[in-house]
Design a protein around this ligand. Structure first.
Ligand code: NAP
Length: 342
């Protein structure tokens, strides 16, 4: 057990970070969460209180774009879980709006961790740093050896995650021998699952829009999904697993088409008054609508495409076993209703 070991978690208001914090507290860690807006602390604690005991949690202010507060945030911490990074719903006009906070924030976090004598930093990266920008035929299987190809076409988010992760590995490699630390990255695919706070991530939008019937049906989009509770467990396992330092870990459970996800939601929630649109939308129609709707335009490059990932490393090194996705999909829907998001 954790015996009161102190862990800092950045971006404590976020969907994934809240699950990391809840699980750390459950395991007996003392947690310092960083927030860019301290006014959110009270609401976040109240949300966490519904899941776990929070007397071993405090908050401190840091922003990815400012040097202030980082040294104080990590003082006395054995581990840092660096989760914070912007996750937009819409593509920003200027890619630097994401790239600068993601990349420079990672360097700020690692610099402060090194100065504070932190043993290990676990950083949340993404499959967006692995599989974007390749001419994938759908048959090749991405592994941790792959990196996304930096170019404007992969979008601001994938560029930001790739640059941030690359910068993090370079930074750690260049630390002087008396200031080294271990780095591990967790690279999740699309994360869904129960929300702790109603202010969920952009990744929940796909389930929310289906349950709220804000879409007429399902474009042929392939999703590699993973449960937020399993993503949190991977981060915590990576803090102490002996083989983890120096590794990136693909963190993904299963592939399904969007229409399969919709059918599972419909099966669970139709009888409770939430019929879900399961109609398969022809791709030509989606391309047409994309001409007018920037949200739809974002999915066009993914139409009909399937990406495959190898999750052997995380299973072996972190003894990671993702739960069945039906359970995840149902739990996502339940929490969206319970928190009155839908
Ligand atoms: P989220 O709920 O939107 O959380 C993002 C967090 O980053 C929030 O706490 C946010 O703070 C913080 N943040 C953003 N800009 C910041 C800034 N300038 N300074 C300080 N904090 C800032 O998204 P999430 O899904 O939990 O994502 C968390 C991490 O997982 C990110 O690194 C993301 O790239 C990665 N990831 C997510 C998915 C997914 O499908 N959700 C998949 C792969 C990887 P505010 O609340 O103040 O905005």
């Amino acid at each position: 057990m954790a015996d009161g070991t102190r862990v800092a978690v950045t971006g404590a208001s976020g969907f994934i970070a809240l699950h990391v914090i809840a699980e750390l507290l459950d395991q007996g860690y003392v947690v310092r969460g960083t927030l860019r807006d301290m006014a959110r602390g009270e609401g976040i604690r109240a949300a966490l209180d519904r899941h776990t005991e929070t007397s071993n949690l405090d908050f401190i202010q840091t922003d990815l774009t400012s040097d202030d507060g980082w040294d104080a945030a990590f003082a006395g911490c054995a581990f840092v879980v660096h989760v914070a990074s912007p996750v937009p719903i819409l593509e920003p006009k200027n890619h630097d709006d994401l790239i600068i906070p993601a990349r420079d924030g990672a360097i700020r976090a690692l610099g402060a961790a090194s100065r504070a004598g932190v043993k290990r930093v676990v950083m949340t990266s993404s499959v967006a740093a692995i599989s974007y920008g390749h001419d994938s035929d759908g048959d090749s299987i991405f592994t941790e050896d792959d990196w996304s190809v930096l170019k404007p076409e992969i979008g601001a988010y994938a560029n930001s995650k790739t640059m941030a992760e690359r910068a993090a590995w370079d930074f750690v490699a260049e630390l002087p021998s008396d200031a080294t630390l271990d780095l591990v990255t967790i690279n999740p695919s699309l994360v869904i699952g129960p929300l702790i706070d109603p202010d969920g991530s952009a990744s929940i939008e796909v389930v929310r829009k289906l349950l709220a019937r804000e879409v007429p049906g399902c474009p042929k989009i392939g999703l590699n999904l993973v449960d937020v509770r399993d993503v949190a467990a991977a981060h915590i396992a990576a803090m102490t697993a002996p083989n983890a330092p120096g590794n990136r870990y693909l963190c993904t459970a299963e592939f399904m088409w969007l229409s399969q996800l919709a059918r599972q939601l419909d099966k669970e929630f139709r009888t409770r008054g939430y019929p879900v649109p399961t109609l398969a939308l022809p791709s030509f129609l989606v391309r047409l609508v994309a001409l007018f709707d920037p949200l739809v335009a974002r999915v066009v490059p993914e139409l009909g495409r399937r990406k495959r990932y190898d999750n052997a490393a995380i299973r072996i090194d972190l003894n990671w076993r993702p739960r069945p996705l039906d359970e995840t999909i149902n739990a996502t829907g339940e929490s969206l209703l319970a928190l009155k998001v839908v």
